[in-house]
Design a protein around this ligand. Structure first.
Ligand code: AMP
Ligand code: ZN
Length: 126
């Protein structure tokens, strides 16, 4: 199945095989809904809400735990705010999720932030 293939491919741990790195470099054609020099955002292939975006730093960090640079951390969150403003869901609200490691449900080992909006989120988180 197309969707599963994508996720399996995306789950490869080797940086050379990393689907988000390939998207960042333009090696795989991808609709980027937002882009700066250091980050980009795409629509999640398997959306869990009417709006489900992935904010992805162009540099390959396997997980949140791999980032040492506080400036990069700040930039990632600042980008989430920018996207919310630019794409028009800052007012209505949104949920931000970062899955970290296998126990955190991470499948794609290139750091990304899920941004979910367009419906009332459940109070339950997990
Ligand atoms: P995570 O569990 O945080 O690692 O989530 C990985 C997310 O990436 C899942 O929500 C997938 O649906 C999404 N995903 C995987 N491959 C692609 C792709 N090619 N394009 C867009 N989203 C993808
Ligand atoms: Zn990568």
């Amino acid at each position: 199945m197309m969707k599963k293939d994508h996720v399996e491919k995306a789950g490869k741990k080797n940086k050379m095989d990393c689907i988000f790195c390939k998207m960042a470099k333009g090696e795989i054609p991808t609709e980027k809904v937002y882009e700066t020099d250091s980050v980009f955002a795409i629509k999640d292939i398997n959306p869990q809400a009417p709006t489900h975006l992935l904010l992805i730093p162009k540099t390959h960090y396997k997980t949140l735990m791999e980032i040492e640079d506080k400036e990069v951390l700040g930039e990632v969150l600042a980008s989430v705010k920018e996207i919310a403003k630019k794409l028009g869901f800052a007012e209505s609200g949104f949920r931000t999720v970062i899955n970290t490691g296998k126990g955190g449900g991470q499948i794609v080992f290139h750091l990304h932030v899920h941004i979910l909006s367009g419906k009332e989120m459940s109070e339950e988180m997990a």
